[in-house]
Design a protein around this ligand. Structure first.
Ligand SMILES: [Zn+2]
Length: 114
């Protein structure tokens, strides 16, 4: 359930910025979430409910998600491959020298409020 912590962090970051800008109410938050986080729409909705339980400024806030495909690069043979979960070895050369390129994102892309 790590998405609850991630969501709380995301909302508190938005809240801090929004208060500095004089916003009282957030209408929309756009999140970028990597597919390798393994977060389903249901668990995300659940995390949102928990994260905003004590935050009236997010009471009517909608959350939109942009998903990022998971991908890793092999540092041995230079192949780039996409995947749903972090891999242990390269599908081309079986090497274990892999670098995560994308898929573990979780950040606020933008938000609107008034
Ligand atoms: Zn390789």
């Amino acid at each position: 359930m790590h998405e609850i912590g991630l969501m709380k962090n995301a909302l508190s970051m938005v809240k801090r910025e929004a208060l500095e800008k004089g916003l009282n109410k957030i209408e929309l938050v756009e999140l970028v979430i990597g597919k390798m986080q393994g977060i389903t729409a249901e668990s995300l909705a659940h995390a949102l409910e928990i994260a905003r339980a004590d935050e009236p400024m997010f009471a009517d806030c909608l959350v939109k998600v942009k998903e990022v495909e998971g991908s890793m690069k092999c540092l041995d043979c230079d192949s780039l491959f996409s995947l749903q979960e972090p891999a242990e070895s390269c599908p081309s050369c079986r090497g274990g020298n892999l670098k995560l390129v994308s898929g573990l994102e979780f950040y606020v892309d933008s938000y609107t409020g008034n």
